[in-house]
Design a protein around this ligand. Structure first.
Ligand code: YH5
Length: 289
């Protein structure tokens, strides 16, 4: 009889590297992205200089704790947050980029505005994280000619309205199709696949049930492109555990580890040290999938 059928081998067109400005990361284990917020502290009146100093100190601490990347955000994307002008956003973000530029950690800027993207890249940002999936006119053009990394996130609605009553017929299919379309748009703009991350956007225009469906669906998304997951301290974890936001460390670390086991390539977290410790233990134990 004929020879036996060949043993199926893992065959994937997924990039093995993530290229991101000055950095190239092997995707052989999950990367940890530490969150650095540069929104004004409503409890102090120290002004911009102190806000920037605080954010730089926090960024350095997260790098020491083991962060591979830092995500610097000058605009709150929490539900109902007021909009911020490009000028205000840059006044917050640029001093922090400058202060962290030589810290030896990749610097991502969380923004939806092409003007902010261009100025941040000129100031040395390695990556742009856009919760609107680079849909703003000029957004893909602002990043295409550089070598920065990109995160294309799915959001339903706008930060002001997204949690009102999000509805989907099939949330997993709709988010997957959206991200496939944004990947195609980025590739058509001349951006190589090894610069691209996708993100289902947990909490951005999704109910708890939608978020749970998307979490279950992570392995399928991870077959399409490297996936960034942001669950840290989010209300989804509050709803599942009954814990207030200040008390969500354990749920956040567990969720990050489970996301990693479901194929996430980058974990966007507040609690870098604890997340890195959990990932290290997983690898010590033999990284069973
Ligand atoms: C994300 O998932 N999220 S900002 C509400 C919370 C806690 C945290 C207390 N930017 C993501 O972190 N970028 C944000 O409840 C993001 N993916 C990407 N790519 C929201 C946030 C948060 C919101």
């Amino acid at each position: 009889m004929g020879s036996p059928a060949p043993t199926p081998t893992a065959c994937s067109l997924l990039p093995l590297m993530f290229r991101c400005g000055r950095f190239t990361f092997a995707l052989d284990r999950p990367l940890v992205m530490g969150i650095v917020n540069v929104t004004p502290d409503s409890f102090s009146d120290g002004g911009r200089y102190l806000d920037a100093e605080r954010a730089i100190a926090q960024g350095l601490a997260l790098k020491d704790a083991g962060a591979d990347l830092l995500d610097i955000g000058g605009e709150s994307t929490r539900p109902g947050a007021p909009p911020v002008s490009a000028q205000q956003e840059l006044a917050r973000v640029l001093p922090v980029l400058e202060g962290l530029r030589d810290a030896g950690v990749a610097l991502s800027v969380d923004t939806m505005k092409p003007e902010v993207m261009a100025a941040a890249l000129a100031a040395g940002a390695d990556m742009i994280n856009d919760v609107r999936g680079f849909e703003a006119p000029g957004a893909l053009q602002a990043v295409a000619a550089t070598n920065c990394g990109l995160c294309l996130m799915h959001m339903r609605g706008t930060p002001g309205t997204m949690q009102e009553a999000p509805e989907y017929t099939d949330v997993a299919a709709e988010v997957t199709d959206y991200l496939a379309g944004r990947l195609a748009a980025a590739r058509a703009a001349g951006i190589h696949a090894d610069r691209l991350l996708i993100d289902p956007g947990f909490g951005f225009g999704k109910t708890l049930a939608h978020n749970l469906t998307l979490f279950k669906n992570l392995p399928r998304l991870a077959d399409m492109a490297p996936v960034l997951v942001g669950l840290s301290r989010k209300s989804m974890l509050g709803a599942l555990t009954g814990r207030a936001v200040a008390d969500r460390l354990l749920p956040s670390v567990v969720a990050a580890l489970l996301a990693a086991q479901r194929g996430a390539a980058v974990l966007r977290v507040h609690d870098v040290r604890e997340t890195v410790e959990a990932l290290n233990l997983w690898f010590e134990l033999g990284e069973q999938k």
